[in-house]
Design a protein around this ligand. Structure first.
Ligand code: SAH
Length: 347
């Protein structure tokens, strides 16, 4: 049985032909799924009863289900997505002024294990399939917010270590037969898998890019992202620059601010020297609490001093607002399991 939410139109056309259905049917059926919110073949009311029955006998639309919803007082809502094998991942809807952003996961757990992040605490269990990635967007559009403005691939997992499934899901999101969310409305966050950043350009899958830098030099980065010790800070900055030149998309550097680790004025100046002149922005993310990691968020004074010093170097900066902390849905707090008591009332 195929899951239609994870197919390209070409793949589905092949299936239709093999099933003695006209190939031209593939496109409107996928649009029913990606644009018109169909959750069953029964609901595709412009298809004949026979066609609907034939499709339902052979295929399904989704492979995942929404197991729970948790709403935070700040408007952020987290969905627990149940996978077929019993595992779960998290998806977050973040409303902010007139923007509606969804944050999606790409792996169950994460092999990178940044020392400040909850997602890798238990390592990697497995990659998500293309359908499992795309369906997160469909669930949010159906249940919470039909008018999504942007997608950020910043949930659980390292997207570029699940390259084939990720890029397929991004193509489904962008396509005219799919969700119609252009690459300029999608931002992919990566710890910096350099060869795969190049591949994105070669393959023409070019969302905005956020590179998780987190340190002004290799010594500090090695301490907090030990599994990526071979990747140099300078090469990450170069990769960002090359991607921006090749694609004209936004490229930002993410910098999780950890008290006493990477938040000194001298760190800001060292970073400023390396990033200044590249026209790329630094997105400063004050550390969100993850019990097991032992890090602390910097004080307001240290945050301000860091931002001021970096800004003084002529680097454009954004400080990411904390959202979703009340339901552990803020950056770095997502896990491949539901840690809080299951709520009795749905959001
Ligand atoms: N694996 C990808 C995407 C997932 S995380 C990546 O590394 O970029 C999205 C962002 O949240 C990353 O920049 C990540 O470093 C950051 N993050 C992780 N743990 C955090 C924490 N405890 N507080 C704040 N940000 C965190």
């Amino acid at each position: 049985m195929e899951t239609l939410a994870g197919l390209t139109v070409q793949e589905f056309e092949e299936l239709c032909a093999a099933d003695d259905l006209e190939r031209w049917r593939a496109r409107p059926i996928l649009q029913w799924i990606h644009r018109r919110g169909a959750t069953s073949f029964e609901g595709m009311t412009d298809l004949s009863k026979e066609t609907r029955a034939a499709l339902a006998a052979k295929h399904r639309i989704f492979s995942t289900t929404v197991r729970e919803r948790r709403a935070s007082p700040d408007g952020t809502t987290k969905l627990l997505i149940g996978l077929e094998d019993g595992d779960v991942v998290e998806t977050v809807l973040i409303p902010e002024a007139d923007r509606r952003t969804i944050c999606i996961s790409t792996q169950v757990g994460c092999p990178v294990r940044c020392r400040f992040c909850a997602s890798g605490l238990n390592g990697l269990r497995r990659n998500l399939g293309a359908a499992e990635i795309a369906e997160q967007v469909l669930h949010v559009k159906r249940e919470l917010e039909p008018h999504l403005t942007s997608v950020v691939v910043m949930g659980i997992g390292e997207p570029l270590l699940n390259y084939a499934n990720l890029t397929k899901a991004l193509r489904i999101m962008k396509a005219s037969w799919g969700m119609g969310i252009g690459y300029n409305r999608i931002t992919l966050s990566t710890v910096g898998v350099l060869d795969k950043i190049d591949r994105l350009v070669e393959d023409g899958v070019t969302p905005n890019l956020a590179i998780s830098l987190h340190a002004p030099n290799d010594e500090i980065r090695r301490e907090i992202v030990p599994t990526m010790a071979k990747v140099r800070v300078i090469d990450l900055i170069k990769a960002g620059r090359a991607y921006k030149e090749a694609t004209r998309k936004n490229v930002t550097f993410e910098y999780v601010l950890l008290d006493g680790v990477n938040d000194d004025r001298k760190h800001a100046l060292e970073l400023g020297k390396k990033v200044r002149g590249t026209k790329m922005k630094v997105n400063v993310i004050p550390y969100n609490r993850v019990e097991e990691t032992g890090f602390r968020a910097p004080s307001k004074e240290r945050l301000d001093r860091f931002v001021e010093a970096l800004g003084g170097c002529g680097v454009p900066i954004m400080v990411r607002k904390q959202k979703g902390d009340e339901v552990s849905a803020a950056c770095g707090q997502l896990r491949a399991r539901w840690t809080e008591p299951v709520p009795t009332e749905h959001a």
